[in-house]
Write a protein that binds this ligand. Structure first.
Ligand SMILES: Cc1cc2nc3c(=O)[nH]c(=O)nc-3n(C[C@H](O)[C@H](O)[C@H](O)COP(=O)(O)O)c2cc1C
Length: 217
């Protein structure tokens, strides 16, 4: 597969089939994504992977824990300025429209949001942590790791959904994976086989035109 094909094919998958992901495939993804660059080659990513039995245990454990924690970082700036605000709004509206959930259907929206908590039925997931000492440059390195992993997943016939959602359940996740106090949870990534005919997986989000985000001098 060419890189551009993987870039174009990668989407956030929000419905997975029950088909398992092998431990070898998961280990391969986590390992190969570490070929991502990082400033000074610091490699600030810390990854905890769950699959099969450990995923089943995690699901059981999560059900016994507080449903929501105060996130340890701001997922978005407190008042998002334009054009970012509109981008975010459009993405949410398109997602609910794909599912036929109207603006007034608060329950429908809540239910779709709640699917985050079941990893959209994915059989595997990783959690991305970073040392609390690290700053914006290293968080950006973690992003490169994430995208590399997500593109490799496409090449290997797998789908992914990055989930900052887990920042609102960081205490439960951290208790389960055993991450030390010096590490902070950034996000989870659900991993599995996309359910091809699930309406939610037909969502294709917009991108701003080139002229809106790039200046060529
Ligand atoms: C770091 C990160 C965290 C995200 N967190 C969530 C999440 O918690 N739940 C969710 O449904 N989508 C989440 N997304 C998916 C974004 O909404 C998605 O990437 C964006 O709308 C663009 O769509 P695409 O991934 O299909 O191209 C996240 C994406 C990233 C990169």
């Amino acid at each position: 597969m060419n890189v551009i094909d993987a870039v174009n094919a990668r989407i956030s998958v929000r419905q997975f089939t029950t088909e398992p992901v092998s431990d070898e495939a998961l280990r391969g993804l986590v390992n190969d994504a570490a070929q991502a660059p990082s400033g000074g080659n610091v490699q600030p990513w810390r990854i905890y992977a769950v699959n099969g039995d450990s995923m089943a245990s995690l699901r059981e454990f999560l059900a016994t824990q507080a449903p929501i924690d105060e996130p340890e970082y701001d997922i978005y700036p407190k008042s998002l300025i334009e054009p970012y605000r509109t981008n975010r709004f459009e993405c949410g509206e398109m997602m609910y429209a794909t599912l036929g959930i109207t603006r007034d259907d608060k329950d429908g929206r809540r239910q779709q949001f709640a699917h985050n908590n079941n990893f959209f039925d994915a059989p595997a997931a990783i959690f991305c942590y970073i040392d609390r000492q690290m700053g914006a440059p290293q968080w950006s390195d973690l992003g490169m790791y994430l995208q590399t992993l997500m593109l490799l997943a496409v090449e290997r016939g797998l789908g992914t959904c990055a989930q900052e959602y887990w920042s609102v359940r960081h205490k439960a996740v951290t208790a389960f994976v055993g991450a030390p106090e010096n590490e902070m949870l950034f996000c989870g990534v659900s991993i599995g086989h996309p359910q091809a005919d699930a309406p939610i997986n037909s969502l294709r989000t917009n991108r701003m035109p080139l002229e809106q985000f790039a200046t060529f001098l």
